[in-house]
Design a protein around this ligand. Structure first.
Ligand code: MOS
Length: 749
């Protein structure tokens, strides 16, 4: 039962829904097919859209056989740069946060393979698909610029943009002068594609100048504003519905060219248009994680204390936009060092523009840093965990600020105990299991920012006793439907299964972005506040009503529980919301809420979730095939709303880390620039057989500063640390230090 005290502001206690491992609120709807995903919608008069993608990576489209496509039965319209309507704002402008330069058939230029170069509308998907084949494009092709090591075929063009800014702490040269040891490693990471199970989808329908869209989206408020800007219409005229997403991972925070094409086409032909990206089309216009080549140099004193940490990241970006993976920033906030330098350079390649992929920056950055740290520990002949404790950062090394909370020591201790780390031999190549497999153990430190967004929510209590809460937040599968409802219910003083709850619609108060691992803190904080605000109004009515048993109880003497208010000193004296509102003749009260992070706290403290990941690998002694046999992660992320869902997020993050370490790699043909493994048969992700044992430990942590409720994020941190832990376990099994991901058999021989 929820038990919400009506307490003065600034003194927030959650009720008892929070902290419970409730099962997914929408779970039954999903497994019975009742949950309506965007592509499930079939409005009357629907046309299917398929776009033709460029087969070259750089150049121009010089001809398209639109007549042949139009002559095909069922084809209704073909949109090309010749006839495409103009956007209100150039697609090369970035008018708002989370907008990206994109291709919307505004010219015939080709900037990467897979770029949309024409759109075909037809009565059936098959006819639209055939229509694109009949277009038979001809190109003027220029040589593709692909890959760090393809320098023979092109002059590399490097960019430094100042974003992320180069940073330097302390005096690097002076610290290097007094160093006793130096370790330097270079680590390459590949392009990775988000590849959510549900591809990008849009169904766009116009009614006059009103646009209704079904589209999975992580940032409904921003998406609506962006769409209105590019189409030159009032945001009020855009309705965006996104109740369920089959994954997002960052790529559904942005609305891309193909989706704008569908919106333009629907307006042009006056019928609803549906566009669903094929799996191969996910490797182009909807972003990816940059490739990086990172160099980490660590200078150490005689005892193994880090004196200087120098981390440079060269990352791939597109020819037409600057998105530099902030990988080197990992070195700013994990290990203590009197001198730190981080810097970022971009290399222009002819791919789509990269973007944020689950745990942007820190996933790639820790994948390199943790390998370097491990190499440094071995140079000092120290246990890798002892070495990390020796270099534990008591304050944030990059800013000097105290951490809002940091239970990383406890993470190391609890994770190590659960894993059995203490028996680890220092030297590599010492362990074999009963079947003769080379066995290795590695550790990595996990870290992710704890940002906070200004989300809004509303709540209502009605005179029939029913209650509801709403925000436009998004559930990508992470569990927002459930965790956010738990927080709303605590605000409302009701059990979570008795509240009406709604998310995923642009008509609701702006729940901000489901991203940055900030959604529970931001939207959940707003929902709790909205519910509390509604209860406070009901309490006020009762306490001022001489007929109420709560009359005169005063603001601190009343508690809400199970849809009822009662006196704290005498729980028997109370009455239900329905009784209070009915007697007062009030049909309903509306509560509004925003989450809260004190501005002063944000200035004073460095805010992060922390963790420690331990990995065991088993390697076939003849074939050198690597298997991860165990992963144990211990994480401290402030208050946990739903331990079951939090562990699911953390386990999923660690599995993604495993995927980064051993499987994922977007490979492009160096001559044509085309992706060559653009399906889930060639782009490998782990299956259950690759993941025998993954375990998350939730380490208790009280963070009084992060926000009013002390919640930080669990969505992305699981990837960080895991990649390096696996690479370090591979080294421990073989004595070979991996220098690139994914770790291939050939690199270990
Ligand atoms: Mo994200 S990459 O914070 O959706």
């Amino acid at each position: 039962m929820a038990d919400t005290p009506i307490a003065p502001a600034g003194h927030v206690r959650l009720g008892s829904n929070s902290g419970q491992s409730m099962t997914r609120r929408e779970g039954v709807a999903k497994v019975t097919g009742k949950a309506n995903y965007a592509a499930d919608n079939k409005p009357e008069g629907l046309l299917h859209a398929v776009y033709l993608e460029s087969g070259i990576a750089r150049g121009k489209v010089v001809s398209l056989n639109t007549e042949a496509a139009l002559a095909h039965p069922g084809v209704v319209h073909v949109m090309t740069p010749e006839n495409a309507p103009s956007l209100a704002v150039s697609p090369d402008e970035k008018p708002m946060p989370f907008s990206a330069r994109m291709e919307v058939l505004q010219n015939n230029r080709v900037r990467y393979a897979g770029q949309p170069i024409a759109l075909v509308l037809a009565e059936t998907l098959e006819a639209a698909t055939e229509g694109t084949r009949l277009l038979a494009p001809e190109y003027e092709e220029e040589p593709a610029r692909i890959g760090f090591e393809n320098g023979e075929t092109y002059d590399p063009e490097y960019v430094t943009t100042g974003n992320p800014p180069a940073r330097q702490v302390g005096d690097l040269e002076a610290e290097r002068q007094r160093a006793a040891h130096t370790v330097e490693v270079t680590v390459d990471t590949p392009l990775q594609y988000h590849n959510a199970m549900e591809p990008h989808v849009i169904i766009a329908q116009w009614d006059g100048d009103k646009l209704t869209i079904d589209m999975p989206n992580q940032a409904i408020g921003l998406a609506r504003a962006g769409i209105a800007t590019y189409l030159g219409i009032d945001p009020e005229n855009v309705t965006l519905r996104s109740p369920y997403l089959g994954g997002g991972f960052g790529s559904k925070a942005v609305v891309f060219g193909p989706q704008y094409l569908a919106m333009l086409a629907a307006r042009e032909v006056g019928r609803p248009v549906k566009l669903v990206l094929r799996r191969d089309q996910m490797f182009g216009p909807v972003q990816h994680r940059s490739a990086t080549r990172q160099t980490v140099r660590i200078d150490l004193d005689e005892e193994g204390r880090i004196l200087a940490l120098d981390h440079h990241s060269l990352s791939s970006t597109s020819s037409f936009d600057d998105w530099l993976e902030s990988a080197a920033n990992a070195s700013l906030s994990i290990y203590a060092s009197p001198a730190i330098k981080v810097s970022h350079t971009g290399l222009r390649v002819d791919t789509g523009t990269p973007g944020a992929v689950r745990a942007p920056g820190l996933a790639s950055g820790t994948a390199a840093l943790e390998v370097a740290i491990d190499a440094a520990a071995y140079r000092m002949k120290q246990d890798p965990l002892d070495f990390r404790l020796l270099n534990y950062a008591e304050t944030d090394p990059g800013t000097g600020k105290p951490f809002s909370a940091k239970a990383l020591r406890e993470c190391y201790a609890e994770g190590a105990a659960r894993f059995g780390w203490k028996d680890r031999p220092l030297e590599p190549g010492q362990m074999r299991d009963a079947d003769g497999y080379l066995t290795g153990w590695g550790v990595g430190t996990a870290l992710f920012h704890a940002p906070f967004f200004p989300a809004k929510a509303s709540a209502v209590i009605r005179s029939d006793g029913s209650v509801a809460a709403q925000t436009s937040g998004a559930d990508m599968g992470q569990g927002a439907w459930t965790a956010l409802a738990q927080m709303a219910a605590d605000g409302l003083g009701m059990p979570a299964d008795e509240i009406e709850f709604e998310i995923g619609h642009s008509g609701l108060p702006d729940g901000s972005v489901a991203g940055g691992s900030a959604h529970t803190a931001s939207a959940g904080g707003a929902l709790f506040a909205a519910g509390s605000d509604a209860v406070r109004q009901v309490a006020e009515i009762a306490m001022n009503d001489p007929e109420s048993p709560l009359y005169g109880a005063g603001n601190e003497g009343v508690r809400a529980s199970g849809g009822r208010l009662h006196r704290i000193d005498d729980p028997a004296r109370g009455e239900t919301y329905a009784e209070i509102l009915t007697r007062a003749g009030v049909a309903e009260v509306q509560g509004q809420g925003r989450g809260r992070r004190e501005k002063s706290a944000a200035e004073q403290y460095a805010m992060y979730s922390h963790g420690a990941v331990f990995a065991e690998v088993k390697i076939d002694p003849d074939l050198y095939q690597v298997r991860v046999s165990r992963l144990v992660g211990a994480f401290a992320a402030g208050r946990i709303i739903n331990p079951r869902l939090a562990k699911s997020q953390l386990n999923g993050g660690m599995i993604w880390g495993l995927s980064f370490a051993l499987h994922e790699e977007g490979i492009h043909d160096l001559r044509s620039g085309r992706p060559i493994n653009n399906d889930l048969a060639g782009y490998h992700v782990p299956v259950l057989a690759d993941v025998p044992s993954v375990e998350s430990i939730l380490v208790e942590e009280h963070d009084p500063h992060a926000n009013a409720l002390g919640i930080k994020g669990v969505g992305e941190i699981g990837i960080t640390g895991t990649v390096g832990a696996i690479a370090n376990a591979v080294w421990h099994a073989t004595g070979v230090r991996p220098q690139r991901y994914p770790i291939h058999i050939k690199d270990l021989l």
